[in-house]
Ligand binder design. Sequence first.
Ligand code: T6T
Length: 321
Amino acid sequence: MSTRTVALLGAALLLTACGGGQIGDTGGGQDAKRMVLIPGVAAEPFYISLECGFREAAGAAGYVVDVQAPAKFDSTQQTPIVTGVLANKPGAVLIAPTDDKAMAGPMKQLKDAGIKVVEVDTKLEDTSVAVSSISSDNAQGGQLAARTLARLVGDRPGSVLVLNTKAGTSTTDARAKGFEDEVRKFPNLKYIGQQYTDNEPDQAASKVTATLAANPDLVGVFATNLNTGEGAATGLRNAGRTGEVQLVGFDASPKQVADLRGGVVQALIAQDPATIGRTGVEQAIAALEGRHVQRDVSTDLVALTKDDMAANEKFFYKQRC
Ligand code: T6T
């Protein structure tokens, strides 16, 4: 498990701590001036970019911050992290739940302990746990991906595949559903369903290769996130079908951007993870200060192609802040 802890300890905090208790101590040992981010997975450019926004906003507001991420996008790895964070009672936790049901119990424990819970990126089915949810409009992103793929394919008839991550991931499930609803509007495109990859690039690669063998008329693939997109590109490369099968991916990691530039990927639906992190902090602070909190906040999405990528570099994800 990769755990990074950074304490941005301000002078005010030190002074108050010397006087007994911590700044923002609400009694019962809770430290309202401490905020924790629990991303879906460690060392991945989408969540790194989100973390950059989180650190910038929380640091500017004088919060002590801590980031703890599971090594895999997996609820059995994220649950013990939540339990550990609960024991330290921060004022607020920003979390990307790795499963829309399995994470409900652990996250409810945070809420019951008086910790403000803000969902960033993914969310639970149960809307009563978090005070706010910040994410892209993922259903709309899926629709945008379908329209973009249809434009790239043009009039050619053929099959279209969706590569999803893991069932129960709110974001990618919404993207796949949005895509499916929209792609049915294009009669030349035959939707052949979605395949799960367990969020593993290798599985995405082999599923593309196998689908190409079974469906020689494959004209398009929609990869619902970074890992599926990177893996799908490998699959097309291995099969020698790059550029021929149109690949539209979600996210904009350095590798995905390089593949867009190189013509392996034809379009990327990029999110704005730094704004998700920053907005999550703003909503958490509003909740801690008893101000109005916006229950749902939707952030920008943009479709990038090789032609317009140079003008849209601000949407490329970061490897470090
Ligand atoms: O696509 C993002 C994120 O929005 C999704 O919830 C999980 O996968 C990513 O982190 C990319 O790997």
